[in-house]
Design a binder for this molecule. Structure first.
Ligand SMILES: *Cc1c(COP(=O)(O)O)cnc(C)c1O
Length: 406
């Protein structure tokens, strides 16, 4: 499409990144081919040198993968400008999973002896990677409450080895939100590489590149795919030279590539991304309001409610309160388990961002292994329920909640 820079968000979702197909297929097919051929040795050389555009080997990409990557670049940069006022150009690398995208980012930007500064309650896998795997490679991390900007600055002043700032906002499962603008500008002033896991918010709600961050990562498994059909991840960067150079090199050598089928499913999901998010978010607001007035509910964590401690920060950097919420039942652990077992429509499952409403009970599942005291400190109380609000008719979601509450 010619004027993609001025097209609307949903048009970008549908048409962005698509290039005409040689055999005139309407959609880009699943390229199930491990290797690509050359017309001549001369042409092979030109493609290898990057002088001619072309595909070489499946681990390095395919047309199906390129389409999903380009779409995500366009969505993360939607209506953003670079410092000279022209449309911001981003580069995305599709990975086999969100964790794989995070690994490529960390391993292409950190050396042994350098440290990460990050905050509480990251995604469990990221937390474990930083705690259990990276220290063995000489990469330590410092955990600070990112709500306290002065404290973050004190730590940065005192430790010259900190090279990378890692943020995730909103965070799981209490929807804590940190100030991207203030933290990114602080990080940059200390010369750090600044990166944001934007999985929960998605580019529909929040565009971290607006605040000059260096990288955005997603688990595309969630809202971007939107149908729960494939695990995937993406690393998006704005330093094109670095993205095309050392970051691409690291990605290719670690071997965490995506594949034609998963990329096809992702692209297919992305076509309806804007429309899906609209419905997810409006349904979530209705569910939050319902729970907020309920006599069995002690507390509702939803960024669209003024009662959420980070409501103001969230409204500044996000389009609305989002599609994720959690709530605490007065009856604690027992009530949580009972509520889930009584659900007749909503699905008892971890993960998020699918068309159907998913409910999970972190204390008995995702965070069951976290020591009780630490769990409470992170706000994961015994009766806390996490909801990824789906796109079903709102009356059906509310009716299911109502009968399970009785
Ligand atoms: C799911 C998730 C990940 C990990 O992604 P995978 O695709 O499961 O590897 C990372 N960050 C957040 C916030 C997530 O929700």
């Amino acid at each position: 499409m010619k004027d993609i820079d001025t097209a609307g968000f949903d048009t970008v979702c549908i048409r962005g990144g698509h290039t005409p197909e040689n055999n005139r297929a309407h959609l880009t097919p699943v390229y199930a081919s491990s290797t690509y051929t050359f017309d001549s040795s001369e042409q092979a050389l030109a493609v290898f040198k990057g002088e001619e555009k072309g595909y070489i080997y499946g681990r390095w990409g395919s047309p199906t993968i390129s389409e999903a990557e380009e779409k995500i670049s366009l969505l993360e940069s939607y209506r953003l400008k670079n410092s000279s006022g022209s449309p911001l150009q981003l580069k995305s690398l599709l990975h086999a999973s969100g964790m794989s995208a995070i690994c490529t980012m960390l391993l292409s930007n950190l050396k042994a002896g350098q440290k990460i500064i990050t905050h509480y309650s990251l995604y469990g896998g990221t937390h474990e990677l930083i705690e259990k795997v990276l220290p063995g490679m000489g990469m330590e991390s410092v955990v600070v409450d990112f709500h306290d900007i002065d404290k973050v600055e004190d730590v940065l002043k005192a430790d010259g080895n900190i090279a990378l700032m890692y943020m995730e906002t909103p965070a799981n499962p209490t929807l804590q939100c940190i100030d991207l603008e203030a933290l990114s500008s602080l990080g940059k002033s200390y010369g750090l590489t600044v990166c944001v896991d934007n999985t929960f918010a998605t580019p529909y709600l929040q565009q971290p590149f607006k605040y000059d961050v260096d990288y955005v990562m997603h688990s595309t498994t969630k809202f971007l795919n939107g149908h729960g059909t494939a695990i995937g991840g993406v690393l998006v960067g704005k330093d094109l030279e670095k993205m095309n150079g050392p970051v691409t090199k690291t990605h290719r050598l670690l071997g965490g590539n995506s594949n034609g089928f998963d990329a096809f499913l992702l692209t297919n999901g992305l076509r309806t991304f804007g429309v899906r998010m609209e419905r997810h978010c409006s349904n979530a607001e209705r569910v939050a309001n319902y729970l907020n007035g309920h006599s069995s509910v002690a507390n509702v964590n939803f960024l669209g409610l003024e009662s959420h401690p980070d409501h103001i920060t969230a409204m500044r950097q996000m389009k609305n309160g989002g599609a994720m919420l959690s709530f605490e039942l007065k009856g604690g652990y027992e009530a949580g388990v009972k509520f889930l077992d009584k659900m007749q429509m909503c699905t008892n499952a971890v993960s998020l961002g699918t068309c159907d409403t998913l409910i999970s009970h972190p204390a008995s599942t995702t965070h069951g292994g976290v020591p009780h005291e630490q769990r409470i400190k992170f706000g994961i109380t015994d009766g806390l329920m996490r909801v990824s609000v789906g796109m079903e008719n709102i009356e059906d979601i509310l009716n299911d909640f109502e009968q399970a509450m009785r």
